[in-house]
Every structure is written in structure tokens, then in C-alpha cells.
Design a protein around this ligand. Structure first.
Ligand code: NAP
Length: 253
């Protein structure tokens, strides 16, 4: 019988947790602990870092984990790198449940930045009104371009006010709609959106809203990862675990 460790913090991880529970597969969902009130889950959960690769290897061994599923966010590069190494050392199979990156379509006005630092550098210049749609983790880096007004949207209210001299803060965990995001951008007179190429449907409303309003987007590319087995559907993870009644979907690599 498989005993799965599912690295989560995403809607994909929650969807897989539901399938694992439905099929009665033994599994634990792991949260980093960044969000105050993570979603209730139908499988066992644990919270907090493992203590690097060594700590994760110990966890896998101590808990007799047979399969490691990395369903963390595409920008959670450190956790994903640790997962690859730890699975290798512990000698267990590893798979990544992720989402395809967004690609620009007709009408989009995207400029791409290699990473957060490059995006910050690209904001040198006169003051603008920027929607910084990045979550709260990387906001501090934008203090290096203090001339802009930043519109921030966080899942939880921050303990300390963000260190940006000019900003507005909206606390909202979605789901976000195109109409709602258009209204938000217009209400705050946004003239540029900065975001990470997270992919997925949940956070795409802002891109459609930007297209409809003719606004430019500074898109931060995903961190590079070593080759690994990647799938885009929770059902494909179930098939990988040996639940062959799952629909046969295409595998991304
Ligand atoms: P990260 O930089 O790759 O990870 C930093 C450290 O946090 C890891 O080395 C690990 O600590 C711990 N960690 C991360 N994910 C964990 C998990 N699922 N379970 C247990 N420990 C975890 O990750 P991050 O960018 O800070 O993201 C943290 C979490 O938020 C992830 O679970 C991710 O799915 C979610 N998230 C991230 C983003 C984003 O844009 N980065 C967006 C939405 C959700 P140890 O080394 O001590 O094991």
C-alpha cells in the first residue's frame, strides 16, 4: 500500500488530497505554514519546514513514506529542489503535480523578467501605479523602487505594514473574477501589473483584466528546475500511484 507525502500549499495539492481520501490512500499533506488558516483537508496534515534535505530524508524514513508528490507552487524552488534530492537519497519515487506556465495571447502586452531582482531593476524610471500581484513574500524587494505607488493584494492581513512608502493594501484570498480585477485596477488607476508566471486558472483573471484594459504586464519567469517527472492533473498522480481507474491524461515532462 502506498504511503504518500504530499507537499502542498496549492489548489492542485488540495484537489489531489480529495482524490487520495476518496480512494482511501494513506497520505499526509505538508504545509510550509505561511498561511494563517490553511484549508481544512480530508487527509492528515502537518505544518512547517522539515529542516532541509537531511530533515526531509529523515521524515521520509521515519514515517515509511513510499511516494513523494511535490505539488508546491511553481515558485517554491527550494522546497522542490529539496524534494528531488531527498527522494533520491531515500530511494523512493517522486513526481511533480504542477500547472503549465501562462503564455501570452493576442492582445497581451507582456514584458518578461528573469526573476524578481530583474523585475525590480526594470522598474527604474518615473513613478507609476503598479499592481504588485506577487503575494507578500517578495514585496520588500520593491522598496528599491520607492517612487511607485503599489497596489498589494494579500491572503492575510500582514502583522507589519509593508515597507513601501506609497501603497494600498487589499486583503482577499479570492477566487478572483475578471470583472472584479478590472474594477480593482480601474479604482486604483493601475497602469502596470507585475506578477509571477504561476500558471493555472485561479490567478489568471488579472491577466485577462489587463488585456481587456490594454495594460502592460511585467511577467516574472519561473525558476529553472532540473528535469523531473511532471504531470498537470491530480488523476495522473493517482495513475502513477497504481490507481488505474483514473482517466488517462497526457503527461508533461
Ligand atoms: P520555498 O522557498 O521553496 O521553501 C522554503 C522552505 O520552506 C523550504 O526549504 C522548506 O523548509 C519550507 N517549505 C516550503 N514548502 C513546504 C511544504 N509544503 N511543507 C513543508 N515545508 C515547506 O517555498 P516558498 O516559496 O517559501 O513557498 C512556501 C509554501 O507556500 C509552499 O508550500 C508553496 O506551495 C506555497 N506557495 C508559494 C507561493 C510562491 O509564490 N512561492 C505561492 C503560493 C503558495 P525546510 O528546508 O526546513 O524543509
Amino acid at each position: 500500500m502506498p504511503n504518500v507525502l504530499l507537499l502542498g500549499g496549492t489548489t492542485e495539492a488540495s484537489a489531489l488530497a480529495r482524490l487520495l481520501a476518496e480512494k482511501g490512500v494513506q497520505a499526509t499533506l505538508s504545509y510550509a505554514g505561511r498561511t494563517e488558516a490553511p484549508k481544512a483537508q480530508p487527509i492528515k496534515t502537518r505544518v512547517g519546514g522539515f529542516g532541509g534535505v537531511r530533515g526531509l530524508v529523515d521524515y521520509l524514513r521515519d514515517h515509511n513514506v513510499t511516494h513523494l508528490v511535490d505539488a508546491t507552487h511553481p515558485f517554491a524552488a527550494q522546497m522542490s529542489a529539496h524534494a528531488i534530492k531527498a527522494a533520491w537519497i531515500a530511494g523512493i519515487p517522486h513526481i511533480v503535480l504542477t500547472r503549465p506556465a501562462w503564455v501570452p495571447v493576442a492582445g497581451d502586452r507582456w514584458l518578461c523578467a528573469r526573476d524578481i531582482d530583474a523585475a525590480v531593476d526594470m522598474l527604474a524610471g518615473p513613478a507609476r501605479r503598479i499592481m504588485l500581484a506577487l503575494g507578500r513574500m517578495h514585496v520588500e524587494a520593491f522598496a528599491a523602487q520607492p517612487q511607485h505607488h503599489y497596489l498589494l493584494r494579500f491572503v492575510d492581513a500582514p502583522a507589519e505594514p509593508p515597507a513601501l512608502p506609497h501603497h494600498s493594501l487589499v486583503v482577499d484570498r479570492g477566487p478572483f473574477t475578471i470583472e472584479g480585477d478590472c474594477r480593482l485596477m480601474q479604482d486604483h488607476a493601475v497602469d502596470l501589473i507585475v506578477c509571477k508566471n504561476a500558471g493555472g486558472a485561479g490567478a489568471a483573471a488579472k491577466l485577462t483584466a489587463a488585456r481587456q484594459l490594454g495594460l502592460p504586464v511585467l511577467m516574472i519567469e519561473r525558476p529553472a528546475m532540473p528535469d523531473r517527472m511532471e504531470v498537470y492533473l491530480p488523476e495522473d498522480v493517482m495513475a502513477w500511484l497504481g490507481h488505474d481507474d483514473a482517466p488517462n491524461a497526457e503527461r508533461g515532462v
